[in-house]
Ligand binder design. Structure first.
Ligand code: SF4
Ligand code: SF4
Length: 101
């Protein structure tokens, strides 16, 4: 039976759990998320591999319960589509002209 995603769950699917957030010496901010990409077809192969029962299929997409996930990465290996992964977003520093003097 399909369940509806609420806004909070949708945010988790698109963004994923933040597992690292730091600024490098050059001022670039690195945000690393762990989550499910929209490649997911809801096959469920990852669900049985999760030792924490942290994954469920909602609306034909795997969703990870962040509070239960221990980052063991078993689900990453289980997904033949490579749909579960770490994703790094790099945000460059503000231009000097935009900063207040
Ligand atoms: S990383 Fe491990 S604990 Fe987290 S969802 Fe995947 S299999 Fe479950
Ligand atoms: S194994 Fe991959 S495609 Fe299948 S439900 Fe899990 S994340 Fe989605």
């Amino acid at each position: 039976m399909e369940e509806k995603l609420n806004d909070q769950e949708l945010e988790k699917v698109s963004g994923g759990k933040v597992i690292n957030d730091y600024t490098d010496p050059a001022g670039n901010r690195h945000i690393v998320n762990f989550g499910v990409l929209d490649l997911c077809v809801g096959c469920g192969a990852c669900v049985n591999k999760c030792p924490m029962q942290a994954i469920r299929i909602v609306g034909n997409v795997a969703t990870i319960n962040e509070s239960d996930c221990i980052l063991c990465y078993y689900c990453v290996d289980a997904c033949y589509l490579g749909s579960i992964l770490e994703k790094e977003t790099i945000i460059p520093p503000e231009p000097a002209s935009a900063q207040q003097s």
